[in-house]
Design a protein around this ligand. Structure first.
Ligand code: NAD
Ligand code: IPM
Ligand code: MN
Length: 360
C-alpha cells in the first residue's frame, strides 16, 4: 500500500506524526505492507519555492499512490491563503474527490455537549459535495478596494455533480445498513441552483424504497443537529453547507480535535484528513489532539478494504478517550505525542485493550 503523507502546516504536522505512528503500528499488527512517502507541500515549501503544488503533482498522487493522508494547511505568514486552496482544493478537484465523508459519532457519551441524554446515541455521517458549489471560484471583483466594489462569487451546481453525490448518499446508506437519507439545501431562497437539488433528490430517492428520504432547509438542519442529533443517519448537502455543519458536527462529538474525514472518489486514490485546520496558536506545542487525524487513518484503511484494522484504530481511540489518555481539549492531561504513544500501545497490546474494553 503506497500512502502519500502531506503533513502541511501548524498542528497538521503535529497530528500527522501521530497518525503515521498509529498507521505503522496497525501495519505491523495486521501485516499490512506500507510504503509511506512524506511530501513537503505547505507554507514552508511555498515560501521557499513560490510553488504551492508542483506541476504534475496531482497526477502523481493519483497514479502512484493508493491514498493520501493530509494534516492541515494555513499559515499566518501567507495571509491570502492561495497556496492552501491550491493544495487542498486542487487535490479535491483534480482527483475528482466528489464525496467529503464526515462521520459524527461519539467516542464517549461524556464528550457530548448536549443535555438531552438521547443525543448520546448520535451516529450519522454528513456527505458533503466536494467538487463544486460555491468553492469553484467563479466570479470576479469589479472596482475592487473602492466604495463601489462589486464582488460576485457564483455557486455552480451541475446535474452530474448533484446526481452523483445524492446517488452516493443512497448507495452508502444501503451498503452501510443505514435507513434514512436527509438532503439539505436552501431551495426556499435559492430557487435556481437548489431547485436542481430538489429535482435530483426526487428523481433518485424512488430507486431506494428501502431508504427513507427526507429534506430539511439548511437552517433547520443546523437547529435539528443541536436539538435532536440522534434522528440523523445520512445527511447529504452541498460544499459550503457541508463545511459549516461538519464543524457543528465536530462540536457535537467533543470538538474539532476528534473529527475525521475522507475526500473520496470510490475506486480511486482518495484523501483523508482531520476536519480541523492548522490552529497556528497550538502548533509545535504538543497540545493538539491527534485523534481526528488518527480516525482519518481508520477511514482510509476502511476505504482501502482493511476494515478490521480500521475497527482496531477506532477501538483504541474509544478506549483512550474513555480512560482519559488524551489531550486537554477532551478532558485528559496528555500531550499530542503521549496520546499517540497510548494509541500505539492499545493497538499493540490487544490483551490490555480487551481488559480495558470490559471495564467500559
Ligand atoms: P482550526 O480548526 O485550525 O481551529 C479552530 C479551533 O479549534 C481553535 O480554537 C483550535 O485551538 C481548536 N482545534 C482545532 N484542532 C484542534 C486539535 N487537533 N486539538 C485541539 N484543538 C483543536 O480552525 P481556524 O482557526 O478557523 O483555522 C486556522 C487555519 O487552518 C486557517 O488558515 C484555516 O483556513 C485553516 N484550515 C485548514 C483546514 C484544512 O487544511 N483542511 C481546515 C480548516 C481550517
Ligand atoms: C475544511 C476546511 C476547508 C474547506 C478550507 C480550509 C478551505 O474548512 O476542510 O473543512 O472549507 O473545505
Ligand atoms: Mn471546514
Amino acid at each position: 500500500m503506497r500512502i502519500a503523507v502531506i503533513p502541511g502546516d501548524g498542528i497538521g504536522a503535529d497530528v500527522t506524526a501521530e497518525a503515521v505512528k498509529v498507521l505503522r503500528a496497525i501495519g505491523r499488527v495486521y501485516g499490512l505492507a506500507l510504503d509511506i512517502e512524506t511530501l513537503p507541500y505547505g507554507a514552508d515549501y511555498y515560501l521557499q519555492t513560490r510553488t504551492s503544488l508542483p506541476a504534475g503533482a496531482s497526477r502523481m498522487l493519483r497514479d502512484e499512490f493508493d491514498a493520501i493522508l493530509l494534516g492541515a494547511l494555513g499559515d499566518p505568514r501567507v495571509p491570502d491563503m492561495q497556496y492552501a486552496r491550491d493544495i487542498l482544493l486542487g487535490i479535491r478537484f483534480e482527483l475528482d474527490l466528489f464525496v467529503n465523508f464526515r462521520p459524527v459519532k461519539l467516542l464517549d457519551p461524556a464528550l457530548c455537549p448536549l443535555k438531552d441524554p438521547d443525543a448520546a446515541r448520535m451516529d450519522f455521517v454528513v456527505l458533503r459535495e466536494n467538487t463544486e458549489g460555491l468553492y469553484v471560484n467563479i466570479g470576479g471583483r469589479f472596482k475592487a478596494g473602492t466604495d463601489d466594489e462589486v464582488a460576485i462569487q457564483e455557486e455552480v451546481n451541475t446535474y452530474k455533480g448533484v446526481h452523483r453525490i445524492i446517488r452516493y448518499a443512497f448507495e452508502h446508506a444501503r451498503a452501510a445498513g443505514r435507513r434514512r437519507v436527509c438532503m439539505s439545501d436552501k431551495s426556499n431562497a435559492m430557487n435556481l441552483g437548489h431547485a436542481l437539488w430538489q429535482r435530483v433528490f426526487k428523481e433518485v430517492a424512488p430507486a431506494f424504497p428501502d431508504i427513507e428520504a427526507s429534506h430539511l432547509y439548511i437552517d433547520a438542519l443546523a437547529l435539528q443537529m443541536v436539538r435532536a442529533p440522534a434522528q440523523f443517519d445520512v445527511v447529504v448537502t452541498n460544499n459550503l453547507f457541508g463545511d459549516i455543519v461538519t464543524d457543528l458536527g465536530a462540536a457535537l462529538q467533543g470538538g474539532l480535535g476528534v473529527a475525521a474525514s475522507g475526500n473520496l472518489h470510490p475506486g480511486r486514490t482518495s484523501m483523508f484528513e482531520p476536519v480541523h485546520g492548522s490552529a497556528p496558536a497550538l502548533a509545535g506545542r504538543n497540545v493538539a489532539n491527534p485523534i481526528g487525524a488518527v480516525l482519518s487513518v481508520a477511514l482510509m484503511l476502511g476505504f482501502l478494504g482493511h476494515q478490521a484494522a480500521a475497527d482496531a484504530i477506532e477501538r483504541a481511540a474509544t478506549i483512550a478517550v474513555r480512560e482519559g489518555h488524551v489531550t486537554a481539549d477532551v478532558g485528559g492531561t496528555l500531550g499530542t505525542r503521549e496520546t499517540g504513544d497510548y494509541l500505539v500501545k492499545a493497538i499493540e497490546q490487544p490483551a490490555d485493550t480487551t481488559k480495558a474494553l470490559h471495564r467500559l
